[in-house]
Design a binder for this molecule. Structure first.
Ligand code: PLP
Length: 393
């Protein structure tokens, strides 16, 4: 497997292994276990499983291994552990790294379930968690202590698209020996340079851009071989959050087209941002790739692109936002993202409904906010759809 390949080539070929039948499309090994030729072989494999030697699908499986290897190749790291969902990946990474009495610092602007782990589960297990404004480097500086074990953030946050300065935060974390774990879903593997910028463990929900076609839940934890096999795997393989071979096959197929999809989605997001800029029905436009975003320079330096997600605040609050959503003819109302279909979400009414009102306000999740995950439909059709819907606001 060539390390010199560019991403588009790796997305199609990296990690592929063919069986004796020479199949073109990656094989799905729907098997929970593996046969040993002899009792001696069984014993030897339990002592140490070699490359391409499997024991049980919760530990590893050939189709899942192909997905892990391909993801590691495109992220530019040594290894990965594929998980049943994005949350299994976030939970697995954090639980593998912390023990009771440890201190964790995390940005407050997080996907709802990530916030639940940090704000509820970890404290219940005796882990002290400090939540801060991830945009504020001074806040990171004062929160990170000599005994901080893990630093966690979403590189671009959901749903208000706040950007964390990865290089600066990683430097502060590493100065005290803390491990940097980043949920990189909104950045996507296509635009990610997270490991080169100092992240130690990168986590993806594969449910989003990696599948990209709304079919399956999945996730992956990426890092050095020592981190993945030494620290992450023991927790994951014994607690049951592994990816199924069928899901791994779906994700392998998704990866083949991911670069094409994500670049088209991001190009549409940039054009839509231009079309919505200064629109009379909108109180606030949020697109990191647009010059109006307060962290525009940072996001362009960090990933060279504004990504596939855009949000805007409709004047007139919830009623106006709902009228806009209900008038959309192409974009569907749902809550996934990174899909081939454009998806519109009212976060305050759905994904962040349970967040107390004061926290919604603190995070900028207003009742007029609409989050758009741009799909791969015709760009002009999509812009026309959003503009006509806004007329109904
Ligand atoms: C969707 C998402 C997750 C969770 O992924 P699932 O596959 O739904 O479990 C975690 N973090 C972010 C930023 C997400 O968007």
């Amino acid at each position: 497997m060539s390390k010199d390949w560019n991403t588009r080539t790796k997305l199609v070929h990296s990690g592929s292994k063919r069986s004796q039948w020479g199949e073109v499309s990656e094989a799905i090994f729907l098997t929970q276990g593996f046969v040993y030729d002899t009792a001696e072989q069984a014993e030897a494999r339990f002592i140490k499983a070699g490359e391409d030697e499997f024991i049980y699908a919760r530990y590893g499986n050939p189709t899942v291994a192909m997905f892990e290897e391909r993801m590691a190749a495109i992220e530019g790291c040594e290894d990965g552990f594929a998980t049943a969902s994005g949350m299994a990946a976030v939970n697995g990474a954090l639980m593998s790294l912390v023990s009771a009495g440890d201190h964790v610092v995390a940005s407050r602007a997080l996907f709802g379930s990530c916030l639940y782990i940090l704000d509820d589960i970890l404290p219940r297990m005796g882990v002290e968690v400090t939540l801060i404004d991830g945009r504020d480097l001074d806040a990171w500086k004062s929160a990170i202590r000599s005994d901080t074990k893990v630093v966690f953030f979403e590189t671009i946050s959901n749903p208000t698209l706040e950007v964390v300065d990865i290089t600066s935060v990683a430097a502060m974390a590493h100065a005290v020996g803390a491990v940097v774990v980043a949920d990189n879903v909104f950045a996507t593997p296509v635009f990610s340079n997270a490991l080169a910028q100092g992240v130690d463990v990168v986590v993806y929900s594969a449910t989003k851009h990696i599948d990209g076609q709304g079919r399956a839940l999945g996730g992956i934890i990426l890092g050095t071989k020592e981190m993945i096999r030494g620290t992450i795997e023991p927790y994951m393989k014994h607690t049951g959050g592994s990816m199924s071979p069928f899901t791994a096959w779906i994700m392998l197929k998704g990866l083949e087209t991911m670069d094409l999809r994500v670049r088209a989605q991001a190009a549409t997001a940039a054009k839509l941002a231009e079309a919505l800029n200064g629109h009379p029905k909108i109180a606030r436009l949020i697109y990191p790739g647009h010059a109006s975003h307060p962290q525009h320079a940072l996001v362009m330096a960090q990933m060279g692109n504004g990504g596939t997600m855009l949000a805007f605040d409709v004047k007139g609050g919830k009623e106006a936002a709902f009228r806009t959503l209900n008038a959309l003819k192409i974009a569907i109302i749902s809550n996934n993202l990174g899909d081939a279909k454009t998806i519109a979400t009212p976060p305050a009414a759905t994904t962040h409904q349970r967040l107390p009102e004061d926290q919604k306000q603190m995070l900028g999740i207003s009742h007029g906010l609409i989050r758009l995950s741009l799909g791969i439909e015709d760009c002009d059709d999509l812009i026309a759809d959003v503009l006509q819907a806004l007329e109904q606001a």
